[in-house]
Design a protein around this ligand. Structure first.
Ligand code: SF4
Length: 397
């Protein structure tokens, strides 16, 4: 059976509207869809239809390959000068006693705990506080780089960069160059939320604007760096805002080609100022992954954070355009668990990640941050694995 067979069946379906057939034909012809067609997909595309289109694109690009990496997170602080309404993580105005502020040495020690472990990436992101400034991060990156040169440093979002560069009175180009010289390898996708100014103003006033977020990524791409992009969905935004968000990313990607992966982030409503807003269903999560895969024709990868949407939904998402389920994590992030994600202690051994992917008939590929293949686990046979020894973080429950 050819990858296009399901699409052909869909094109023959007498019950499918002419507009949706037109979009399916475009996907088959590898043509870009328009803004209005993106909105139409959200409004009228049923789960089976969207899955057929998204899976076709996914398999054309990656076959059954499903990527993950071995990583750990450092979250320097959960205190923050900002007050995003959806944030379950920041503790500045609420319970400051529940906060943490790691020192340089504490963060460096977290890195040395992984000496000899086969991790390939450290992911550093957290709240925004004045003491974490340009010199602080220059020194942190340089110390990590000197200690373990091959460990990929993926760190900080434009929310942090905008704040620390403004404080240092330097422009984005200079700031990103300094970060690169200190050892920064790539930028994660966070802080994008929703670009539409009216919605952004309501949920995360004061922090960097959409244009500033995009400008920092653009400067980083000009230096030859790669980055990711996220979108916080399922709160007060409308479908047109999601498409607008992806449209802005698609335009920048046309210009720079520096994005690797798009990561939809589901709004979770536990313990934040938007707890009255109901969460969207798993069906809507899957539809959203699928529309993203169809709309972002110039992004190589669509990622589902298993720690945020649960292992089962991550498995399902592999049929809706997703080809990456993030990393082993090693219980080193609190961002999703504090927002009410099913995974309260997110960590999987490599064997568990591999089995999760194999159980749904896909091909597990361990990658590094830049998608170079580290190990193809398709025919790999595991011996007895030692039980993972998690590095303990301060626990807030
Ligand atoms: S989302 Fe980020 S910037 Fe906003 S309050 Fe939370 S930690 Fe701070």
């Amino acid at each position: 059976m050819q990858n296009s067979d399901n699409l052909q069946v869909l094109l023959q379906d007498p019950n499918l509207s002419a507009d949706l057939k037109h979009i399916a034909q475009k996907v088959l012809n590898k043509q870009r869809i328009t803004f209005d067609e993106g909105v139409l997909l959200y409004e009228q595309g049923e789960l089976g239809y969207l899955g057929t289109l998204a899976n076709y694109i996914r398999e054309e690009r990656h076959g059954d390959k499903t990527y993950f990496n071995r990583n750990f997170h450092i979250e320097p602080t959960n205190l923050c000068v900002y007050d995003c309404k959806f944030c379950s993580y920041s503790r500045l105005l609420k319970q400051k006693s529940e906060g943490w502020e790691y020192t340089m040495d504490e963060m460096f020690n977290m890195v040395t705990k992984y000496d000899g472990e086969p991790v390939t990436e450290v992911h550093i992101v957290g709240g925004v506080l004045p003491q974490y400034d340009v010199p602080f991060y220059q020194e942190l990156f340089a110390r990590i780089r000197a200690h373990r040169p091959e460990l990929h440093i993926k760190a900080l979002t434009p929310v942090e960069y905008h704040y620390i560069f403004k404080k240092a009175k330097i422009d984005y180009a200079t700031g990103m160059r300094l970060m690169q010289e200190a050892g920064l390898d790539s930028i994660p996708g966070g802080g994008a939320e929703i670009f539409d100014p009216e919605i952004r103003d309501q949920i995360s006033k004061d922090k960097c604007t959409a244009d500033q977020w995009l400008a920092i990524h653009e400067e980083w791409h000009k230096l030859g760096g790669r980055s990711n992009a996220t979108m916080l969905y399922g709160h007060i935004e409308e479908y047109k805002h999601r498409v607008d968000h992806m449209e802005r990313l698609r335009r920048l990607q046309d210009k720079t080609g520096g994005f690797q992966t798009f990561i939809p982030l589901k709004f979770r409503n536990k313990d934040n100022q938007m707890s009255h807003v109901p969460e969207v269903s798993v069906i809507e999560d899957l539809r959203n992954y699928a529309v993203a895969r169809i709309y972002l024709d110039n992004f190589d990868h669509i990622k589902a954070y298993w720690a945020m949407i649960s292992r089962n939904t991550a498995q399902l998402s592999l049929n809706f355009g997703v080809d990456d389920i993030d990393g082993t994590l090693d219980d080193t992030t609190k961002i999703y668990s504090m927002a009410g994600a099913e995974e309260q202690h997110p960590g999987m051994s490599t064997k568990q990640v591999v089995e999760l992917i194999k159980h749904v008939g896909r091909q597990p590929i361990e990658r590094d941050t830049l998608y170079n293949v580290v190990t193809d686990y398709t025919n790999f046979v595991f011996g007895d694995e030692p039980k993972p020894q998690y590095y303990k973080l301060p626990v807030i429950n």
